[in-house]
Design a binder for this molecule. Structure first.
Ligand code: NAI
Ligand code: 15L
Length: 277
């Protein structure tokens, strides 16, 4: 798929790379940073994306719940970075459309159009009910902390199925908290800097023979809950740490010991919903 290896001094080049969720927080970051990796970037979202940024970019608005539209979206792509979908806890019906049907449509499009590599934005909320006192790896029991976490768990199963059945390779990144900086005590463990996110997505795109790899997306934080040794073949070596933000974060009022933010890896997500009762 790549013309050069990830460690080559020259940047690897894909033919056409699809980025879903390109209007979102991480999509905006990766739209810019992944552009040098492909001759053509196809960016997509249900929200406004603005004009194409030059001849190398294609802007294709699309609702992930629309199977035909997603099928057309995948046509001609070599790889997809799938960020699109509902990114917080919401009523099941919303999650069903964007995340559950959405990820199925992406893999069906990939199968039909011969796309060989998917990078799937999974989430720590797949394992959110593990306690913060635990150290877990990718083989730990999944303990989704809501409908959102369940949809990401389903996405990981979809990835495994499409590898076993159709040979489409995926790296599922269980992203911790990827924001400009950690803003609370929990994020001192879960934070993933934008530079480390970019490195991890690049490794996920270009490392050969990943099959379906699950990797935790966190920077080199002092008090990590996650062990990535099973994903060592990706060669992901985070460069940043939440330590420079510790004084600022710890100046906040302490979190009560019985607050989910102090107990569970998924923090407040473990206590959100159900909706509409
Ligand atoms: P975001 O909410 O800012 O971006 C998601 C994008 O998906 C939005 O632009 C939204 O318009 C789009 N989208 C929603 N429904 C859609 C639909 N039906 N069709 C097409 N597009 C749709 O989220 P963010 O923070 O950028 O996250 C990106 C991905 O990474 C998401 O899948 C999220 O679940 C995952 N993730 C992010 C984490 C973080 O810390 N930022 C942590 C763990 C996972
Ligand atoms: C996620 O999965 C969300 O998409 C993001 O908005 C954060 O809430 C993050 O997890 C987190 O756990 O901090």
């Amino acid at each position: 798929m790549s013309e050069r290896s990830a460690d080559s001094p020259a940047r690897p080049q894909l033919g056409r790379l699809l980025l879903t969720g390109a209007a979102g927080g991480l999509g905006k970051v990766l739209r810019e940073r992944l552009a040098p990796l492909a001759r053509t970037m196809r960016v997509s979202d249900i929200a406004a994306l603005g004009d194409a940024r030059g001849a190398h970019e294609e802007v294709v608005p699309c609702d992930l719940a629309d199977k035909q539209a997603v099928d057309a979206l995948l046509a001609g792509c070599d790889a997809v970075v799938h960020l699109g979908g509902v990114s917080v806890e919401r009523p099941f019906e919303e999650i069903l459309e964007a995340n559950i049907k959405g990820v199925f449509h992406v893999y069906e499009g990939a199968r039909r159009h011969g796309v060989r590599r998917v990078v799937f934005a999974s989430s720590n909320h797949v394992i959110g009910f593990h306690r913060q006192s635990e150290r877990i790896d990718a083989t730990a029991q999944r303990r989704p902390d809501g409908y959102y976490g369940l949809s990401k768990s389903f996405g990981e199963d979809m990835a495994q199925f499409y590898f076993d059945r159709h040979g489409i390779e995926t790296v599922s990144i269980r992203i911790g908290s990827s924001f400009p900086e950690p803003v609370n005590r929990r994020m001192m463990s879960t934070w993933l800097s934008y530079d480390d996110l970019t490195q991890l997505v690049e490794k996920a795109l270009f490392t050969p023979d990943v099959k379906h790899t699950v990797v935790y997306g966190a920077s080199a934080n002092r008090d990590l809950w996650w062990d990535n040794r099973a994903a060592a073949h990706l060669g992901f070596v985070p460069k940043d740490s939440s330590e420079p933000f510790r004084a600022k974060v710890e100046a906040q009022p302490p979190v009560p010991a019985n607050d989910p933010n102090a107990i569970y890896q998924g923090g407040a997500f473990t206590a959100q919903g159900p909706f509409g009762d």
